[in-house]
Design a protein around this ligand. Structure first.
Ligand SMILES: N[C@@H](CCC(=O)N[C@@H](CSC=O)C(=O)NCC(=O)O)C(=O)O
Length: 274
């Protein structure tokens, strides 16, 4: 593993690493923010959306000030396996940059597109070894496709994550064009298999959901077609720990994320430290 960049920010370090992933059979990058705090550090995972890599959030998320103040390590994985030998598509919502945080079962994707196993397994081991004094507590958050990833991985590995949050997430991927396209390619035609990777389906099977915060903007250009919240809100009705906020005037961009990142990190901090 190679440290390829390190910038001091709010007394901590914004680092970028390159490594070879055995799980993805691909060269990968990821970024890690380590605050200067000498206290044991909880770890927050950030999962980005379609077309992103680990730089989008580190450069536009505006999170470092709050992570420094709260004493939180934050890791930003890439959004898919990468490279010339890795399957891809001409479309921006499928293939490289669009891994959907699942484990693909279909050709030609399954060889490399194992993002769930990568994040929950191989990358977790690596990241924890880089945190000088890891507190043992973790939370997961993300945006859009990464909001779907945060909800799905958080609900699938419920015992591991103290809290989950999402900005503008794809809440019911089985019902919307981005999710249906990805699931058809990565998981096949059998829609029953999609349920395992659908946050609304997973939540409907959960007796007592963990603490979840979802923020959407009412001017989000993808809100009514890709980020539909109706079913998610219905299955959340019996879940006291699920909080949903529709913010007036905000769109899908990183300006929305930067505006509410303090609220989301404080939400995680509260659950990571009690
Ligand atoms: N095709 C466009 C739009 C892509 C886009 O809006 N990507 C979002 C995530 S969408 C859901 O997962 C994003 O986060 N973009 C990166 C950014 O820094 O804004 C395009 O390619 O721009």
């Amino acid at each position: 593993m190679e440290l390829i960049k390190c910038n001091k920010v709010f007394d901590g370090e914004q680092r970028k690493y390159r490594h070879y992933s055995d799980t993805l059979k691909s060269e990968m990058t990821f970024s890690l923010y380590l605050p200067a705090s000498e206290e044991p550090l909880p770890l927050v995972w950030w999962l980005s959306g379609l077309t992103c890599n680990d730089d989008n959030f580190s450069q536009k998320g505006g999170f470092q000030k709050y992570a420094a103040e709260l004493g939180l390590a934050v890791v930003m994985p890439d959004t898919s396996p990468r490279g010339e030998s890795v399957a891809d598509s001409q479309d921006w919502d499928l293939g490289q940059g669009a891994g959907f945080y699942l484990d693909a079962t279909e050709e030609p994707w399954r060889e490399n597109y194992q993002m769930a196993s990568y994040i929950l397994g191989e990358l977790s081991q690596i990241v924890k070894s880089l945190i000088p004094d890891f507190s043992g507590k973790e939370a997961v958050m993300g945006h859009s496709m990464g909001g779907h990833g945060a909800l799905v991985l958080g609900l699938k590995a419920e015992e591991r994550f103290s809290s989950i949050s999402a900005f503008a997430p794809i809440l019911t991927p089985s019902d919307v064009p981005w999710g249906q396209k990805a699931f058809r390619h990565y998981l096949g035609q059998d829609e029953k298999k999609w349920q395992e990777w659908d946050a609304t389906a997973l939540l409907s099977q959960t007796e007592k959901a963990p603490a979840i915060l979802v923020s959407q903007g009412d001017q989000d250009e993808f809100l009514t077609e890709q980020l539909v919240s109706t079913k998610f809100l219905t299955v959340s009705e019996n879940q006291p720990e699920v909080r949903y906020e529709l913010q007036s005037g905000y769109d899908h961009s990183y300006y929305f994320i930067a505006t509410f990142i303090e609220e989301h990190l404080k939400f995680h901090y509260q659950h990571l430290t009690n």
